[in-house]
Design a protein around this ligand. Structure first.
Ligand SMILES: [Zn+2]
Length: 479
């Protein structure tokens, strides 16, 4: 039997505001437990919340980045539930009339583009964190009150691969706005998934399950794949799906059901009486729209046109805003050869980031320094191979390209007199190879070029070396 897979995703994004959603406590990650707390985020009776304007600004920015409609009037609600790490006994969230609604993002999966609708984006606060150990459970309330956005997709995702593409797109766009680093390892991006199956083409939705505890994009993909197969097998053997909340067990690579009590929800939402409605003006939205950077899809298109590059190359360069900014800076400083600049950012800069385990925002070479190095490469003063070694040296020492090239005397040997002497010596020392070359084994030219490069530590000019070698090795007698 053929099945349609229906997936909806809820993404929680932790914002990088300096202070919490409703108090002035710091949001800095990694502080000693319970050092970033106050009566408001500890839920003391009588302490009153004050809305952080940055939270509203971030929510509107996320709305703009996802083509959402934005409400000029929205309100907060209390979501009531009992949990040890929720000191007030309720979470301040939005229920009716969230700040953003009816958005979409365009995803690309297996070369096909597709729009995924967003039902809503709302503002809320985070809970604290329970730390379980053998001696008991401890609670850290540093995270209590940290601002979050919840982004809810339409159930328009039809495979684990589409879910992965959707998350990647959301992450990329939000990172461009600068409102969050969307780092899943630090918990600044979290994801829950709803999933159900229905007979292919059927208009009615099947019973859905909810997957929680998905702490990496790959785990989302794996958990969904597992759950699709589990539901399929159950349905095809005549069983029925029961609505349930499932946890992904990373060790066992399977989903398991939460205890019944944990999933009985009756949140009894009601409007938050301690906070007035959130009012924003059209001007506020327009101003923010103007301030936001060009979004990755538009930037990619512009790179293709302006810098005459292939779509794949433009995608690599615009994947992270910092890399795209770096490339454009470099091209401004070194407009001579855009293709060379692209090649070095894509090849060498990304290699260095990967090798040194750095993020896109931590490129260890200033664009102006790379521009200087590329002048040498472009003028063919040094070989590309030497250029790469110089770049590594620049990373390690912080010295400029000119100084390293000068200190190590790395300028390319293009002087035929000097090369001549080196080549004569090599031919002299390789009588067997020379004879075989002359008797028709012309592939040996590569061997000689290799020897010259070895002798000059890669600094010999390839073209001149080749020309001199052919001259000096003498005529080849065929067969
Ligand atoms: Zn506080």
């Amino acid at each position: 039997m053929k099945w349609d897979v229906v997936i909806g995703l809820e993404v929680h994004v932790q914002l990088n505001t300096k202070t919490k959603a409703f108090c002035a406590c710091s949001t800095q990650y990694g502080a000693e437990p319970n050092t970033q707390v106050c009566p408001v985020c500890l839920g003391y009776p009588g302490a009153l919340p004050v809305l952080n304007e940055e939270l509203v600004r971030s929510a509107v920015a996320a709305g703009i980045a996802t083509h959402s409609k934005i409400r000029t009037k929205s309100q907060f609600s209390r979501k009531n539930y009992f949990y040890p790490d929720l000191p007030k006994g309720y979470q301040i969230s939005q229920y009716d009339d969230p700040i953003c609604y009816d958005g979409y993002v365009e995803i690309e999966n297996e070369g096909k583009k597709k729009k995924i609708g967003l039902i809503r984006i709302h503002m809320e606060e985070d809970s604290g964190k329970s730390l379980h150990s053998e001696s008991g459970t401890l609670i850290d309330l540093n995270r209590s009150g940290v601002p979050l956005l919840e982004i809810v997709s339409q159930p328009e995702i039809h495979s684990p691969q589409e879910a992965y593409a959707y998350l990647t797109t959301i992450k990329q766009r939000l990172r461009y706005t600068g409102i969050s680093n969307c780092n899943m390892e630090e918990g600044s991006l979290r994801c829950d998934a709803n999933i159900s199956l229905k007979p292919a083409g059927s208009p009615a939705f099947g019973t859905r399950t909810e997957l929680k505890n998905l702490n990496s994009f790959r785990n989302v993909e794996r958990a969904l794949t597992f759950e699709i197969n589990r539901q399929k097998e159950l349905l095809e053997s005549g069983g029925t799906i029961t609505q349930a909340t499932l946890l992904w067990d990373e060790q066992k690579q399977e989903t398991r059901q939460m205890r019944g009590k944990e999933e009985s929800h009756d949140y009894r939402y009601f409007p938050e009486p301690d906070l007035p409605p959130v009012l924003i003006t059209e001007d506020f939205i327009q101003n923010l729209r103007m301030q936001l950077p060009e979004m990755p899809d538009l930037r990619k298109e512009r790179f293709i046109d302006k810098y005459d590059m292939l779509e794949d190359d433009a995608a690599v360069l615009t994947n992270e805003k910092e890399i795209a900014d770096y490339f454009e800076n470099l091209v401004k400083l070194f407009p001579n050869n855009v293709k060379l600049a692209r090649h070095w950012v894509q090849g060498e800069i990304l290699r260095i980031l990967k090798e040194q385990n750095l993020s896109a925002g931590q490129i260890p070479i200033k664009a102006s320094h790379l521009a200087e190095l590329l002048q040498f490469v472009d003028r063919q003063d040094i070989t590309p191979q030497t250029g790469k070694a110089v770049l590594d040296e620049m990373c390690a020492t912080g010295k400029s390209a000119a100084i390293i090239i000068d200190e190590k005397a790395l300028m390319k040997i293009a002087d035929s007199g000097e090369l001549s002497t080196i080549i004569d010596k090599i031919i002299q020392n390789s009588p067997k190879e020379s004879a075989r070359y002359r008797s028709g084994k012309i592939q040996l030219l590569a061997y000689f070029i290799g020897q010259v490069m070895k002798a000059t530590k890669g600094q010999a000019d390839q073209g001149i070396t080749r020309k001199l070698l052919i001259e000096k090795l003498g005529p080849v007698t065929e067969g």
